[in-house]
Design a protein around this ligand. Structure first.
Ligand code: GDP
Ligand code: IMO
Ligand code: MG
Length: 423
């Protein structure tokens, strides 16, 4: 069997958590391969809402195996919080959640370093989630990181060395911090984490594939936040793209099956950085209000705009997307006119390619306009109920992106999902 990958094609928050939950019954295993608690994946079913940060979104559907892969960075304190919230609502994960020994640990000082770096950047700040993601991945690539498996052997020594190093770096920054309370919560988190089985996930996952088990890999963030291909430097610090599933799980490229690319029928971004189709007018505000576009964890206002097909086509190419999933089209139900950006005009030159530096020169989106469908789609059960204008919008996206739209989501609930064709 193969690993299917589901990942975001925009700047995150596309609705990955919801769809992973919907697709989980088709799989034996669900696994995260990158990112960490910078993610906030929302699921809604049976009148309950859950937000997951480090735990895969496959935990609610019938006792599937869930794995936190080696490419993930894990903060024990936040992990404990997340697990305890789930326990309080009756979900015991100890028998169905496994953690890679090679996943890197977000140390208490990583969070402080994240804040100190952001503060030093002033107006040029990235607008990170403040979870220590950048500093943890930096330590990973500079070969200074600590991994989950390190908790099992001589940890105190390794920890003291890492913290001393971080304190030395922090001494060069004019940034006040109080490590003690963060450290206390962190070590309580470590005790919680140790209740889980740490595994050699690359062996386990490849072994499961050999046994004929199917795996769904759940991306975090989105392609436009990828450290190599996103709108650098306003990106996260991991490879959010399909290739990240290979390095973040230890599965070979030939083992990748379907690549589900998920996008909103419009576009959002949280934090700083270029966003060519951003709307600063009433339309942008209406999308934010109707789409409840506020961060799942931070509550930060998300910037809103029309769908950007230049960026989306780029993301489809980088990931080798085989099936598209369109989310939140219901947010546009009341609009008279819907726009899609089909090219950019940059300093008088038209292009349908995402440029090296979007901030170089003036980027003006070129839009194609669509007549709105003006119908409440939230109770739609099948494609046969789609209005003609809605079909026209989807047909155009499929033509432009050259990939079929397999799933359409018309509301946050698990049930508000229309699968257009089975395979
Ligand atoms: P993720 O990070 O990609 O999992 O996405 P988030 O959970 O951060 O943000 C998606 C938000 O949209 C959540 O509040 C979801 O409950 C909500 N949502 C998901 N799908 C739909 C949809 O089709 N329509 C509407 N109106 N909301 C949706
Ligand atoms: P999910 O998985 C949206 C953004 C931050 C910031 C940049 C870098 O829920 O889609 P980081 O803390 O990673 O160093 O921040 O990336 N960002 C996200 N935006 N959704 C996310 O995750 C994000 N994770 C990080 O806002 O601009
Ligand atoms: Mg999110």
């Amino acid at each position: 069997m193969k690993v299917d990958v589901l990942l975001g094609l925009q700047w995150g928050d596309e609705g990955k958590g919801k769809v992973v939950d919907v697709l989980t019954p088709n799989y034996d295993v669900v696994t995260r391969f990158q990112g960490g608690p910078n993610a906030g994946h929302t699921l809604e079913f049976e009148g309950q809402k859950y937000v997951l940060r480090s735990i895969p979104s496959g935990i609610f559907q019938g006792g599937k195996v869930n794995v936190i892969g080696n490419g993930v960075v894990l903060d024990p304190a936040l992990f404990k919080q997340e697990v305890e919230q789930l326990e309080a609502s009756g979900h015991d994960l100890t028998k169905r959640l496994y953690i890679s020994k090679k996943a890197h640990l977000i140390l208490p000082t990583h969070r402080i370093l994240d804040a100190a770096y952001e503060s030093a950047k002033g107006a040029g700040k990235i607008g990170t989630t403040g979870k220590g993601i950048g500093p943890t991945y930096t330590d990973k690539t500079s070969r200074n990181g600590l991994r989950v498996g390190d908790l099992l052997c001589n940890f105190d020594q390794k920890y003291a060395k890492a913290i001393a190093r971080h304190k030395e770096i922090l001494s060069h920054y004019d940034y006040k911090y109080d490590l003690e309370p963060i450290e206390k919560a962190w070590f309580e988190g470590v005790e919680k984490l140790k209740q889980y089985t740490f595994i050699d996930s690359e062996y386990e996952l490849n072994g499961l594939l050999k046994e004929g088990k199917s795996i769904l890999a759940e991306g975090a963030q989105g392609t436009m936040l990828d450290v190599d291909f996103g709108s650098y430097p306003f990106v996260t610090s991991s490879n959010t793209i399909c290739a990240g599933a290979c390095t973040g799980l230890g599965v070979a490229p030939g083992k990748i099956g379907d690549v589900y690319g998920i996008f909103k029928a419009y576009c959002t971004r949280v934090g700083s950085g270029p966003f060519p189709t951003e709307l600063f007018d009433e339309v942008g505000k209406t999308i934010r209000d109707l789409g409840h576009e506020y961060g799942a964890v931070t509550g930060r206002e998300r910037r809103c705009g029309w769908i950007d097909l230049v960026a989306l086509k780029y993301a489809v190419m980088i990931n080798g997307v085989t099936k598209l999933i369109m989310m939140k089209s219901d947010v546009l139900d009341g609009f008279d006119i819907i726009k899609a950006c089909v090219a950019y005009n940059i300093n008088g030159n038209e292009t349908d390619e995402f440029p090296f530096d979007v901030t170089e020169g003036e980027v003006t989106p070129i839009y194609k306009e669509f007549k709105g469908w003006k119908k409440d789609m939230t109770k739609t059960k099948s494609e046969s109920e789609f209005p003609a204008e809605f079909n026209e919008y989807i047909d155009f996206l499929e033509d432009y992106l050259e990939v079929p739209v397999k799933i359409v989501s018309v509301g946050p609930d698990r049930e508000q999902t229309i699968v257009r064709y089975a395979e």
